[in-house]
Design a protein around this ligand. Structure first.
Ligand code: FES
Length: 122
């Protein structure tokens, strides 16, 4: 098992990386204020979305333009981009409504003892 610590300069947060999984933190802390949160992992902006008892991770930058999906509003597992109101399904990454037409890349998540882990997809 290899363990390294990644310095996330923009968020001023350290994430441990163990066997390809970033340990983000306690679910209750991450989503204390909102069900949508953004983090930066290995230089990539990742949106985290808390839906029921699941957490989904997607590329945070909207496929339509320069906006962060994690800044949008989410309802029933669909997040509305804050810039032009396109909808994305956070469970699948599918583009649901114009002007978003390209799907968003998903990343793996797991929850262990209330702690969230994310593994980036290539
Ligand atoms: Fe997201 Fe346009 S930037 S819908």
């Amino acid at each position: 098992m290899n363990t390294i610590v990644i310095r996330n300069a923009s968020a001023m947060t350290d994430f441990s990386l163990v066997d390809g999984w970033y340990e983000i933190g306690a679910i209750t802390d991450i989503f204390a204020e909102r069900d949508c949160r953004g983090v930066e992992l290995a230089g990539e902006k990742i949106g985290l979305f808390h839906v029921d008892d699941e957490v989904l991770a997607l590329d945070d930058i909207c496929t339509h333009g320069a906006a962060l999906l994690s800044d949008g509003d989410m309802e029933d597992g669909e997040v509305e981009c804050p810039l032009h109101a396109g909808l994305v399904d956070v469970r699948t990454g599918r583009a649901l409504s114009a002007p978003v037409t390209r799907d968003t890349r998903r990343h793996d998540t797991k929850i262990v003892d209330d702690r969230l882990f994310v593994r980036l997809q290539a």
